[in-house]
Design a protein around this ligand. Structure first.
Ligand SMILES: NC(=O)c1ccc[n+]([C@@H]2O[C@H](COP(=O)([O-])OP(=O)(O)OC[C@H]3O[C@@H](n4cnc5c(N)ncnc54)[C@H](OP(=O)(O)O)[C@@H]3O)[C@@H](O)[C@H]2O)c1
Length: 360
């Protein structure tokens, strides 16, 4: 038999076997209007369909809850979904069956989204083959499920604004965020010093220890960095690059420590306060202030070699045990309201990323 026909029959056979063996119900977290996620999201059941020619049926294994997912549901994010919408942008899924013209994916493979806005908070989904990227099944579920947003953001911000050399230094606030944890780990792999700023908390010693174990050179609270002379006294070189996901005083403070002609990249606004650039920083130190949005970068570099190279480098680091998922808690799908409420807590200090375990 021609191998292609054989594969098609094999895949079709696997699909029918799969549908016979499982419930044909798909459970998804859907919303039909913007609002507070705990109020507008519902667990909805639909019938499972067959994938068309270029489509893939996947079983979603794990899908994180990111701040952008919450903001999208609230209607406060620039990406507006079509209603009814399934929440979530990231996941790791297993290929269950493929349409007859699918050529690059096979059953049993693990895949992650190659594009945003797919709606990943679901037990099963049918996606276009071109919207998925295979990842090694050796990569842990938490690492794979959280790969496309935060590690990529950290990677691009470290690569695209300042040409850093080994021994250079970067500074960041929100240093315990998922992006922050990724920055520390990439800096360690690339021999760059990273200084992390976090808000003070009762378990601060434990947090500092953890971030240093990931690769942070120094971790200071917002109060400590204000009084610190570590750059003035040359204990560390002045940072050439700063990352800001907080805004307000925290952003102004980290920009104050930048070297002349340094760059501050703002990628989030967790405090909801604006970024204030000091006049002296702009005039006398020639500090540049930039923004970064991963969604835009991915659209503009969709099929670029840079993007392929980034994913392969990140996957290699994960497989080598040099890059781990952010501190997280796996939450069964049934408990999605608790997870969303915890992720929404604007007082902060959640201390972990919530990842929906879609098969429990
Ligand atoms: N531009 C992009 O492309 C892009 C990509 C990825 C992420 N982001 C943004 O980056 C930020 C972090 O995302 P993530 O997924 O890494 O977040 P995360 O893991 O959920 O961590 C949230 C971080 O925000 C801090 N935080 C929360 N509320 C705060 C407040 N009121 N004031 C100061 N800090 C506060 C937390 O610190 P505590 O522990 O002190 O609460 C923690 O460090 C978000 O704003 C997200 O939207 C942007």
């Amino acid at each position: 038999m021609i191998p292609q026909i054989h594969n098609t029959l094999l895949n079709a056979g696997k699909f029918f076997q799969f549908t016979r063996n499982m419930s044909k119900v798909v459970k998804s977290l859907k919303y039909s209007k913007h609002g507070e996620p705990v109020e507008v999201i519902e667990l909805v059941e639909d019938q499972l369909k067959n994938p068309k020619e270029y489509e893939v049926l996947v079983k979603v294994l794990a899908a994180p809850i990111n701040p952008a997912d919450i903001n999208t549901i609230q209607g406060k994010y620039p990406v507006k979904p079509t209603f009814p919408a399934v929440g979530g942008n990231e996941c790791v899924a297993e290929v269950i069956s493929v349409g007859k013209n699918v050529s690059k994916l096979t059953t049993g493979q693990h895949v992650i989204p190659f594009t945003t806005g797919l709606g990943t908070w679901t037990t099963h989904a049918i996606f276009a083959e071109e919207d998925l990227m295979p990842v090694s099944n050796k990569i842990g579920l938490a690492e794979a499920a959280t790969l496309t947003v935060n590690p990529c953001t950290a990677y691009r911000m470290l690569k695209d604004f300042v040409e850093l050399s080994p021994g250079d230094c970067v500074i960041q606030n929100g240093a315990n965020s998922a992006v922050g944890q990724a920055v520390h780990q990439l800096c360690k792999s690339w021999d760059i010093k990273s200084v992390g700023i976090v808000r003070n908390r009762p378990d601060i010693a434990e947090l500092k220890k953890y971030l240093k174990s990931l690769g942070a050179t120094e971790v200071l609270t917002e109060e400590e960095i204000r009084a610190s002379t570590m750059f003035k006294e040359k204990q560390l070189p002045r940072p050439r690059l700063a990352f800001n996901c907080v805004g307000g005083k925290s952003a102004t403070e980290i920009s104050r420590h930048l070297a002349d002609k340094g760059v501050m990249v703002t990628y989030g606004g967790m405090s909801r306060e604006p970024v204030v650039a000091s006049t002296a920083a702009l005039i006398f130190k020639d500090i540049a202030f930039h923004g970064f949005w991963m969604t835009r970068w991915s659209k503009e570099n969709y099929n670029s070699s840079q993007r392929t190279h980034m994913f392969s480098e990140l996957c290699d680091l994960i497989e080598q045990g040099k890059f781990v998922a952010p501190v997280h808690e796996m939450v069964p799908l049934q408990k999605f309201k608790d997870a969303v409420a915890a992720a929404l807590d604007f007082k902060g200090f959640a201390g972990k990323k919530f990842i929906l375990d879609m098969q429990n």
